[in-house]
Write a protein that binds this ligand. Structure first.
Ligand SMILES: Cc1cc2nc3c(=O)[nH]c(=O)nc-3n(C[C@H](O)[C@H](O)[C@H](O)COP(=O)(O)O)c2cc1C
Length: 206
């Protein structure tokens, strides 16, 4: 079981980075092979719409994402942890999403079949300072299409409202515990319906 966790906040040990760490702890407890990557530490550009992937399904840009593509191909679970910035995922996260265009081309234009020969689960971890009902709506849609592009399905999301200051997530009852359970579940049976407080497709909880 290969799990890759992208942490998209610029803030190390911030709220979503802590959610990512708790997820990693849960997944590691089930002996999954887990790699966490802080996107801010990589140097890469957004998609430049050069069309270079149209022929081969491979991104022709050479930067720090070049070695990330094969890791996504071999992953069984891909996690993106990002705070809400202006009702969206962070720019680093969005640039990663855009760069998945090569995978989209591979599947939907070149019809090369499943990415890495298998489907994968996608999980979204997020936090925002406000408590608005619609806070995560736009990003959930982005996640649905991101995970589809990389040959997966958005299987579950943990969406935490009311967390603003660095580390404040520790004071939100159940947040980190739920992230850890989510990690453990992702690495074992993948049945998220038993975990309270999660967003799941078709569910009521957002
Ligand atoms: C540039 C910026 C934009 C933000 N926009 C929003 C927003 O639209 N809605 C919201 O609820 N919180 C917003 N926030 C607050 C963060 O989402 C919140 O502090 C979050 O817990 C940060 O997570 P992190 O510690 O993982 O970076 C914003 C913060 C920053 C720095």
């Amino acid at each position: 079981m290969n799990i890759i966790v992208f942490s998209g906040s610029p803030r190390k040990r911030g709220n979503t980075d802590l959610l990512a760490d708790a997820f990693v702890a849960g997944a590691t407890s089930q002996r999954a092979n887990v790699e966490k990557i802080r996107l801010i530490e990589l140097k890469y550009s957004p998609c430049i719409e050069c069309g270079g992937c149209d022929e081969t399904g491979k991104c022709i840009l050479k930067d720090d994402l070049t070695e990330i593509y094969p890791k996504i191909e071999s992953a069984d679970v891909v996690v993106l942890a990002s705070p809400m910035f202006f009702y969206n995922i962070t720019a680093n996260s969005q640039a990663l999403v855009e760069r998945s265009q090569a995978f989209w081309v591979r599947q939907y234009v070149l019809k090369q079949g499943e990415i890495g020969g298998k489907r994968r689960q996608g999980i979204f971890l997020s936090a925002g300072a406000t408590k608005g009902k619609l806070l995560f709506d736009g990003s959930l849609r982005v996640m649905r299409y991101f995970f589809d592009a990389i040959g997966g399905d958005l299987a579950a999301a943990l969406l935490i409202r009311g967390a603003e200051k660095k580390g404040e997530i520790k004071e939100i009852p159940g947040a980190l515990e739920t992230a850890e359970r989510l990690g453990s579940c992702a690495a074992s049976n993948g049945d998220y319906s038993q975990i309270e407080g999660l967003w799941v497709p078709g569910g009521k909880n957002k």
